[in-house]
Design a protein around this ligand. Structure first.
Ligand code: PEP
Ligand code: MG
Length: 576
């Protein structure tokens, strides 16, 4: 019988496939003790499963490209370390050898034991590691149940399947997408989670918050995942299937039409030129930015380099990465953001302070860089050297007050003097800009503009701090929306202050590449958008349908709205 499960769109698109359910922590545990002569064989099974899990993680690395690669690699690193943890492995061996546990039962026992230890910890960061333990053990359990080679598993892959789970880890999403998975439905989760952002960059349709999905669906049920309308249809009818086929035809035609926009100018319907920049970190992002006709790189997150690296990357390693970015853009301007470690961005370099009660409000971004002038200076020297190869701008994250920019400028000046003494030729001027993502910076933006050459608005963090709502917390979806009147007023204030000071203002948060917000941003006066390069063509296309002058004329009405529902209603009217 046809049944509709409502949910929230986390990544656009539709998919038709068989349901594959992943029940949370479903361990097939055989608790019968092993006979003495079974122990050696069971140890072999256990170690083969551990090896398979390690190999899966190794394969995952490198497979992923796009803006989220850094976050996913971070999970992979943490999980790989756990799989090699001597204490975990000794505990498992002892349970099988001495306790005569079967491998599955030993894994469950170790999972419960470690989960209890992590849960009892005071440090919220360490407490959150329980999730990693769960995910790693689940991976080994699943390898144990299959006990097949990775090659076989690839063949028996997820072709034609739609994953139905409570939540999904970013690393698993990346792996499954490479194995033919068609879409994802989760019963919890938020559209702003790392997995949701990853699904968008992989082009995988995803529905979150489909509350009863795990209870109502069965393995192999046919589902039509319709993220466009925020629903999953179980046992779709012939009419549903016809709608799906029509969508497929339209999507293919749309793809062909968008491809023709790759080298087109970016202009509104009434002829206003807009600059489209790319948020690009990997060589694949840079290549895509070029082929889709970006006007430059608006955000290069250098954390990526640091997170991939064990320990700190050297000046030369950084220089080569930045230089290749500059060369890759072939003379177009490139915006390199200085290190933004801290808070949710884990830290392979060991710089981030642990034990902060509120890491999101702690020593992160420029606050952290200024605490380690030697580390920061290494990065600054690498950026200065790369700037000899093409136009570079420097962007400083998490700026709160002018003295931070002044301190960064001083460090640049000192590094420049040192490099000159070493007879390294440098470009005369390097524009220095501030990210606007702390409410104080947005409110007091005029003071910052006295020291900044340009601004880049980071709406992901700005919304989180203005609304006091963690962007990954799905319980706060009704609050965390960029349509909040307070956000509109702040954005308008920052953009108009930049214009008055005759300094460029771009926006590089997720909404910059989301066509649902393009009209609103244009109305508020934005003329530089930075986004993942996969979104460039859609935004260029959207802009061509919008009338800049008319939207600017409605800015005052938008800014007078008192609720986000009112803002949404006004925007719908303007776009109609
Ligand atoms: C932002 O906060 O909007 C932003 C672009 O930076 P990040 O997502 O890297 O914190
Ligand atoms: Mg940010």
């Amino acid at each position: 019988m046809r049944h509709v499960l409502p949910g929230t769109q986390a990544s656009r698109g539709m998919a038709l496939g068989r349901a594959r359910l992943v029940q949370p922590s479903r361990y097939a545990v055989d608790t019968r003790p092993l006979a003495e002569d079974e122990v050696a064989g069971e140890l072999e099974n256990l170690h083969r499963a551990l090896d398979t899990a390690r190999q899966e993680l190794r394969e995952l690395r490198g497979k992923l490209h796009g803006a989220l690669a850094r976050e996913v690699n971070e999970f992979i690193d943490a999980h790989s370390l756990l799989l090699d943890d001597a204490e975990l492995l000794r505990g498992l061996d002892d349970l099988v050898r001495i306790g005569h546990y079967r491998a599955g039962a030993a894994l469950k026992k170790q999972r419960d034991r470690l989960a209890a230890v992590f849960e009892a910890m005071d440090d919220p960061y360490l407490r959150s590691r329980k999730e990693d333990i769960d995910q790693v053990i689940a991976r080994v359990v699943s390898a144990l149940q299959r006990q097949t080679s990775v090659e076989e598993r690839k063949l028996a892959a997820r072709v034609g399947e739609i994953l139905v789970a409570d939540t999904i880890a970013p690393a698993d999403m990346a792996q499954l997408a490479g194995n033919g998975l068609l879409g994802v439905v989760t019963s919890s989760g938020s559209a702003y989670s790392h997995s949701a952002i990853l699904a968008r960059s992989l082009g995988l349709p995803m529905l979150v918050g489909a509350r009863d999905a795990l209870a109502l669906l069965h393995d192999d049920d046919l589902i039509l995942l319709d993220a466009e309308h925020g629903e999953a249809i179980v046992h779709p009818t012939a009419q549903d299937l016809a709608r799906y086929r029509a969508w497929q035809r339209e999507a293919a035609a749309e793809g062909r039409r968008l491809a023709t926009l790759a080298n087109a100018a970016t202009r509104t319907r009434d002829g206003m030129d807009i600059r489209l920049l790319a948020n690009a970190e990997t060589p694949a992002d840079v290549a895509l930015a070029r082929t889709r006709g970006a006007d430059g790189v608006g955000l290069y997150r250098t954390e990526f380099l640091f997170l991939r690296h064990k320990g700190l990357p050297s000046e030369d390693e950084q220089f080569i990465a930045y230089r290749d970015l500059v060369l890759g853009m072939g003379g177009l301007p490139v915006t390199i953001r200085t290190l933004d470690l801290g808070a949710d961005k884990a830290d392979a370099a060991g710089l981030v302070l642990r034990g902060e009660d509120n890491p999101a409000l702690g020593v992160r971004g420029v606050r952290l860089s200024l605490r380690y002038p030697a580390v920061f200076t290494t990065q600054i020297r690498a950026i200065l050297r790369a700037a000899c190869y093409g136009p570079v701008r420097v962007l400083v994250p998490m700026v709160t007050q002018p003295d931070e920019l002044i301190a960064v400028r001083t460090l640049f000046k000192l590094a420049r003097q040192d490099l000159k003494r070493e007879s390294i030729d440098l470009p005369e001027k390097l524009p220095l800009g501030a990210m606007i993502e702390v409410p104080a910076a947005a409110i007091n933006v005029r003071a910052l503009l006295e020291h900044a050459d340009f601004l880049a608005i980071g709406t992901n963090d700005l919304a989180q701090y203005v609304l006091a709502a963690d962007r990954g917390n799905d319980a706060l979806d009704n609050i965390y929306t960029p349509l909040q009147p307070a956000m509109l007023r702040l954005l308008s204030h920052v953009i108009s202050s930049g214009r008055r000071a005759r300094k460029p203002v771009s926006l590089c948060g997720e909404i910059g590449g989301d066509v649902h917000f393009t009209a609103m941003l244009l109305a508020l006066g934005l003329n530089e958008f930075s986004m993942h390069p996969s979104q460039l063509l859609q935004v260029r296309d959207r802009l061509a349908t919008l009338d800049h002058a008319a939207l600017r004329g409605h800015a005052t009405r938008l800014l007078r709205a008192t609720t986000h529902e009112q803002v949404a209603a006004l925007l719908a009217q303007l776009e109609a």
